[in-house]
Design a protein around this ligand. Structure first.
Ligand code: HAM
Length: 432
C-alpha cells in the first residue's frame, strides 16, 4: 500500500527541534509582555471576502495563493459560503477589533498572535504552504495615540530587542514610507505613467505587474529590470507634509533609541493595506535563506478598519516568519543549547518487580520539579545505561537492594562517576 506523506509545502515539527520553537515563542511572549501586549487568537479560516477586501484582490496572495473553498450549506436555510484558510493574521485581528467593539474601550489595543498561516506558494527552503507567524498589531481610535510615530518606533525597537534576546546575529532593518491613502494613488499614477513607455522592455512578470499592481514592480528582483526600476519615480517625492513629518519622527525616535536602520525607498510590501511606515528585517549572514527571504515584515495600515466597515482605527503591526527565524537560529548555531537540553534523570528499574516502585520514584522526583524518564525492568543494565546516556544527565538505579535500603545508586554521565544517595536527598542531588 502506498505510504501517505505530509502534503507538499507542509511539514511535521518533531522533538528536539520543537524545543527551539517553544523557546522562540516563550521569548516572544516574555518580550511582548514587557511592552504591554496581550494575546489574541482568531480562527484559522474566515470569510473569503475578509482577505479580498483587506489584503487586496490584485495581490499575489489573494489572486493566486489562497486556499479557498465553497463550504457546503448544512441546511436549506444556510447558503454555501466561500471560506479561506487565513494567509495572514492582520485582517482577522482587525475584524475581531471591529466585531468586539474594542474601539468602545477608547484604549490603545496591543495584541499579539502566534499561529499557522496558509499560502499556496512554490515550496522551497524557508517558504512553505503552511507556515507560522508570530505577529502583533497596535491599533485604536486616533485619540488613543494609535496613529503616533511613537508607536511605529516602539514596535521596531521591540523587534530589535526580541531578535537580540534570541541572539540573532547580523539582522538589518529596512524602513520606508508608502505615504497616506491619498499619497499612494498619486504615486501609483506616476508609476504607471513612467512605466508606460518602458514596460515592453521588462520581464514578462513585470509587464504584468506594471498593469495590475505597479507598486510590485519596485520590489522585483529580476536582474534585467533593475536599471529601469532605479530610474522610476520615488515615493518620497509624493508624500504629503503630514506623512513626511510622520516618517521623520519615526526615524528620529529610532536614532534616539539607538536602533540601526536603512531607508529603502523601494520597500512597498505585497499587501494593499499599508500606509506610511513599512519595514522588513532581513538576515544576511549565515541564515542560508538568501536575500529574497525577509525574516519579518510589517507596517502601518491607517485605513484598514474602514475598508472592513469599521470605525477609524489607525494601526501598525508586523509578522515574523517563525520558520525562517528557526532556520536562522539553527544556521547560526544558536539552537544547539536549547535542542540538546537533557532530562535531569533516568530511573532504571532492575527487573520488572521494580517497575511500580520506579514509576512512584519518578512521580516523587517530578513533583519536586525535575524532568525524569523511566526505563523498564525488562531492560538489561547495559541497555538502560545506553538509553539513559542519550536522554538524561544522570541515571538512578533501582534494584531490590536500593528499594530495601532507600540508598540509591546514581550514575553521573558527564562526571563519569557513580555515587550512593539517600532517597530523601535524591531530588537535591539530581538538581545540581
Ligand atoms: P508578510 O510580509 O506577508 O506580512 O509576511 C510576514 C512574514 O511571514 C514574512 O516576512 C516571512 O518571514 C513570513 N512568510 C510569509 N510567507 C511565508 C511562507 N510561505 N513561508 C514561510 N514564511 C513566510 C504579513 O503577513 C502581514 N500580515 C504583516 C503585518 C502585520 N503587517 C501589519 N501587521
Amino acid at each position: 500500500m502506498a505510504i501517505l506523506k505530509a502534503v507538499r509545502g507542509t511539514r511535521d515539527l518533531l522533538p528536539p527541534e520543537t524545543a527551539l520553537w517553544n523557546h522562540v515563542e516563550a521569548t516572544a511572549r516574555a518580550v511582548f509582555a514587557r511592552y504591554g501586549f496581550g494575546e489574541i487568537r482568531t480562527p484559522i479560516f474566515e470569510d473569503t471576502a475578509l482577505f479580498a477586501r483587506s489584503v487586496g484582490e490584485e495581490t499575489d496572495i489573494v489572486s493566486k495563493e489562497m486556499y479557498t473553498w465553497e463550504d457546503r450549506a448544512r441546511a436549506d436555510s444556510d447558503g454555501a459560503q466561500s471560506l479561506t484558510l487565513r494567509p495572514e493574521n492582520t485582517a482577522g485581528v482587525v475584524r475581531a477589533y471591529i466585531e468586539h467593539k474594542l474601539a468602545d474601550t477608547g484604549m490603545l489595543q496591543k495584541l499579539f498572535y502566534i499561529g499557522p498561516q496558509f499560502r499556496r506558494e512554490r515550496p522551497q527552503r524557508g517558504r512553505y504552504r503552511q507556515f507560522w507567524q508570530i505577529g502583533a498589531e497596535v491599533l485604536g481610535p486616533a485619540w488613543s495615540g494609535a496613529d503616533s510615530a511613537l508607536r511605529d518606533a516602539e514596535v521596531l525597537e521591540m523587534l530589535s530587542a526580541f531578535l537580540n534576546e534570541l541572539g540573532v546575529k547580523g539582522w538589518r532593518l529596512e524602513v520606508n514610507s508608502v505615504g497616506s491613502s491619498t499619497d499612494r494613488p498619486r504615486y501609483i499614477a506616476a508609476l504607471r505613467e513612467a512605466l508606460e513607455p518602458v514596460k515592453h522592455r521588462m520581464s514578462a512578470d513585470n509587464q504584468r505587474r506594471a498593469e495590475s499592481n505597479p507598486l510590485r514592480v519596485l520590489d522585483s528582483k529580476a536582474l534585467e529590470d533593475q536599471d529601469i526600476i532605479d530610474g522610476l519615480p520615488k515615493i518620497a517625492d509624493y508624500l504629503d507634509g503630514a506623512s513626511r513629518e510622520h516618517f521623520a519622527q519615526v526615524l528620529a525616535t529610532l536614532d534616539t533609541c539607538g536602533v540601526a536602520y536603512t531607508v529603502n525607498p523601494r520597500l512597498v510590501r505585497g499587501l494593499d493595506y499599508y500606509t506610511r511606515t513599512t519595514f522588513e528585517f532581513t538576515v544576511s549572514d549565515g541564515s542560508g535563506l538568501g536575500t529574497q527571504n525577509a525574516l519579518l515584515g510589517g507596517g502601518r495600515y491607517d485605513g484598514l478598519s474602514e475598508m472592513l466597515g469599521g470605525p477609524k482605527a489607525p494601526g501598525i503591526g508586523f509578522a515574523i516568519g517563525e520558520d525562517r527565524l528557526i532556520l536562522t537560529l539553527q544556521a547560526q548555531a544558536q539552537a544547539v543549547a536549547v535542542a540538546e537540553k537533557k532530562l535531569d534523570a533516568f530511573v532504571a528499574p532492575i527487573g520488572i518487580g521494580q517497575n511500580a516502585a520506579a514509576v512512584a520514584l519518578a512521580q516523587e522526583l517530578r513533583r519536586a520539579g525535575l524532568s525524569v524518564e523511566v526505563g523498564d525492568g525488562t531492560f538489561r543494565l547495559k541497555k538502560s545505561f545506553e538509553a539513559a546516556d542519550k536522554l538524561a544527565r544522570r541515571m538512578v538505579i533501582l534494584g531490590e537492594d536500593e528499594a530495601a535500603s532507600g540508598i540509591l545508586t546514581v550514575k553521573d554521565f558527564s562526571a563519569g562517576e557513580q555515587t550512593k544517595v539517600a532517597r530523601a536527598e535524591l531530588a537535591d542531588a539530581l538538581r545540581k
